[in-house]
Write a protein that binds this ligand. Structure first.
Ligand code: PGA
Length: 261
């Protein structure tokens, strides 16, 4: 695991956007796994800027979002489809037919979750997964006790997640309790995983993911099984890590040996 601590979320977002844009230059039909929430917005705004100012094309990019609330209307402003439209899709030249979300409406949901997995495979798998982490350690909506081998399916949200997200709902407005989400096994299938976490409220989840034992109680810890995962942190989210000096030396040596690796 790479652990990178930046002075600010903006610096971390800049680095991630550059990695995605480099990959896109090499592979115009890049397959991106995308996350919602406040954390990835800085990356998306930089991708939009690259499209608008440098003419970077997203015409052939394929996207698979991590999750979506069950039964929320697609146009509801809290739906993750609407979030992605607002923060990325409407401002770049991505083709609507290349955008995918796990099934969140209608019936035969589990069969369609399997079809979502099949679609990811048919696209050749996810090249880069953009990821956040919940303060309870969830990745996607894989809540604590999720199987580490899970695939796309329907999950009930924990009280903690509902509380964390309640700020997005007005008084009296019904908050979805259930979501469709890629599984932990699905996420681990991505070739490269770029996780961002900012602020002290994420410090315990980051500590458990990076330095804790692998446990379904902290779903982020499953990322220890992945050969190419990087944590992009700020001083707040890194505050409880005990091996920061070592992570820094790893970075220095990777940079020094870059030409020879
Ligand atoms: P946030 O959510 O980016 O809004 O903090 C992250 C998550 O719950 O995965």
């Amino acid at each position: 695991m790479r652990v990178l601590v930046f002075k600010s979320p903006e610096e971390a977002a800049e680095r991630i956007a550059q990695i995605i844009l480099d990959a896109l230059r090499r592979k115009p039909d890049l397959v991106l796994g995308l996350a919602t929430g406040s954390t990835p917005i800085g990356v998306y705004s930089r991708l939009i800027r690259a499209h608008q100012e440098q003419g970077v094309s997203f015409a052939r990019v394929r996207t698979f979002n991590l999750d979506e609330y069950l039964d929320i209307p697609a146009q509801h402003e809290q739906s993750y489809a609407a979030f992605m439209e607002r923060h990325l899709f409407s401002a770049v030249n991505i083709s609507p037919s290349n955008i995918h979300f796990p099934p969140a409406r209608g019936s035969h949901l589990l069969r369609r979750c399997q079809e979502y997995e099949d679609m990811i495979q048919a696209c050749g798998g996810i090249d880069i997964q953009v990821l956040g982490i919940g303060s309870n350690g969830h990745i996607g909506f894989n809540e604590p006790t999720s199987s580490l081998a899970s695939r796309t399916r329907i999950k009930t949200l924990t009280e903690k997640t509902l509380r964390d997200n309640s700020r997005f709902y007005g008084p009296g407005e019904e908050q979805p309790q259930v979501a469709a989400t890629m599984g932990i096994g699905t996420i681990l299938g991505a070739r490269k995983i770029l996780l961002q976490a900012f602020g002290e409220k994420k410090a315990e989840a980051v500590r458990a993911a990076v330095e804790g034992p692998i446990s379904s109680f902290w779903p982020g810890s499953a990322l220890q099984l992945h050969p190419d995962v990087s944590f992009y942190l700020d001083p707040g989210s890194a505050a409880r890590l005990t091996q920061l000096d070592y992570y820094q030396r790893v970075q220095e040596n990777e940079a020094r040996l870059a030409d020879r690796l």
